[in-house]
Design a protein around this ligand. Structure first.
Ligand code: FAD
Length: 457
């Protein structure tokens, strides 16, 4: 190993990019050789092992990143294990003098804080940076200093903080360290094999930093012009589809802000930009909630929902929902889009979640877990926060009594049935099942269950 110097370790987590990466920037500025580390940590406290579709994405994202690092002469090391052991071990092996990372905001914060303390106690430089949120949760508070629980004033307060910083350029070279052991990515078995169900996902997506920027450019040149009106129509390609790239940090919100606010746009796109950035703001809001309420995935944000009388899911009903065989076309199209591509349009996510929670009276956590496994953008803040939003148990949530009617939603947002037919070729034939639930009756039952909850207070 060539370690006459004291190398820097950059520990990447949900920030799999070279551009606009403050931890990498700090390592480059320090001027010593750099080891870029990705740790597959499924053991530390606060870690939720990622789902199957995300594992597929992670494999390809790490491959793309490894190539970019190699092109710049750098060293990319893959290791597996709990951070509290694996990171200090690598520090010893390479004789590192500094460790840099970008901050996380969920339940793993304690792991990071403990590591920072112990590395510093051992005489190393250990620093964390703001990279994945434009507004860190502790910087945005109400006038009385408490966290926001409602989105609109939260976003207003964010905007009042002024423009986020400009994004950082990609380093041209990364001086590496030779002879450091790395796992072989293939040994992590992140990809499905028997059967390989990821064909549709591979057709739909190009993971990695390059894919993210291509997608952003395409969106700025096309979809953004019609975003405010088109974003609710699942047959249109009017949304950015940046969610998995944001989830894995292949693009940062700073870069999106930069491109949209400071780059070239048509007048129509410029008019639609605030609406789009507001949605990116919802991501910031959900991380703000997660930061203050790290048990978001397991516990109702509004504890009064703890008394909700969920029914025990019957296996055949749950499977009909999961496999897109409920006999309710918009729901089935959404669930099949999810299965085939690892993604579902936002409008349809709300509709399928509402059917599960309200018409089938199944606990939102059951649906959240299915999404966690199937979505390529499954995100520790956005997934549970949105499920709780639909359930009514979340912060700034839709009221429980607002039950989406999937037939009316289809009439309104997929008027010509294009999206539904795309995913349900047998629609209108004898092969398509009849509805597993009566929408009107089940709506009434849901409202009754909600009354029970209210009366229990
Ligand atoms: P765009 O409309 O182009 O929006 C741009 C970005 O803003 C998105 O990439 C996303 O980062 C953010 N954003 C948009 N809508 C929301 C929202 N409602 N909440 C938070 N951030 C938002 N999003 C995830 O990223 N991961 C999830 O696991 C996830 N689970 C969801 C579960 C349910 C039940 C529902 C109703 C929504 C969920 N969403 C989730 C939010 C939303 O559906 C997706 O972010 C959006 O569909 C991604 O498509 P896009 O990138 O084209 O969005």
């Amino acid at each position: 190993m060539t370690t006459s110097s004291s190398p820097s370790i950059v520990w990447l987590r949900d920030d799999l990019r070279l551009a606009d990466n403050p931890a990498i920037r700090a390592a480059v500025d320090r001027g010593e050789p750099i080891v870029v580390l990705y740790l597959l940590d499924e053991e530390s406290r606060g870690i939720r092992p990622i789902g199957a579709a995300s594992r597929w994405w992670l494999h390809h994202s790490l491959t793309a990143l490894g190539d970019s690092i190699a092109e710049r002469g750098g060293t990319f090391v893959l290791r597996r294990g709990a951070a509290a052991e694996a990171l200090p071990k690598l520090v010893d092996e390479v004789g590192a003098g500094a460790v840099f990372w970008n901050r996380r905001y969920g339940g793993t914060r304690e792991v990071d804080a403990a590591l920072k303390t112990s590395l510093r106690e051992s005489g190393l430089e250990a620093q964390s940076f703001q990279a994945n949120l434009m507004h860190e949760p502790w910087t945005v508070t109400t006038g009385s200093g408490t966290p926001f629980k409602v989105f609109t004033p939260f976003w207003k307060a964010c905007l009042e903080q002024g423009e986020p910083r400009a994004s950082l350029p990609t380093p041209q070279t990364l001086e590496g360290v030779t002879g450091v052991d790395s796992d072989d990515l293939a040994d992590w078995a992140l990809l499905p094999t028997h059967p390989d169900w990821a064909g549709g996902i591979a057709e739909a997506w190009v993971p990695g930093e390059h894919g993210a920027h291509e997608r952003l450019e395409q969106f700025c040149g096309d979809g953004l012009e019609d975003y405010a009106a088109g974003r609710d129509e699942p047959s249109q390609d009017a949304t950015s589809r940046l969610s998995p790239y944001l989830r894995f940090g292949e693009i940062s919100p700073f870069q999106i802000w930069d491109r949209v606010q400071r780059g070239q746009l048509s007048p129509a796109a410029r008019r639609n930009a605030p609406k789009f950035l507001r949605e990116v703001g919802w991501r910031e809001f959900n991380y703000n909630i997660l930061f203050h309420f790290p048990q978001l995935q397991t516990d109702n944000f509004r504890p009064e929902f703890d008394a909700f009388p969920w029914s025990k899911p019957r296996q055949e009903v749950l499977e009909a929902w999961q496999q897109g065989r409920t006999g309710i076309p918009l729901v089935d199209a959404g669930m099949r889009e999810l299965w085939q591509t690892g993604y579902m349009h936002n409008r349809v996510r709300m509709v399928v979640a509402s059917l599960l929670i309200k018409n089938l009276l199944i606990d939102w956590r059951v649906g959240e877990a299915w999404f966690w496994d199937c979505l390529v953008d499954a995100d520790e803040a956005n997934n549970p926060a949105n499920w709780q939003w639909v359930a009514g148990s979340g912060a700034d949530a839709a009221p429980y009594f607002r039950v989406f009617n999937p037939m009316l939603q289809a009439d309104k947002f997929d008027r010509h049935g294009e999206y539904q037919r795309r995913y349900i070729p047998e629609l209108g034939t004898d092969d398509y099942p009849s509805p597993i639930v009566d929408l009107k009756e089940s709506r009434a039952e849901a409202l009754e269950a909600y009354d029970h909850l209210k009366n229990a207070q």
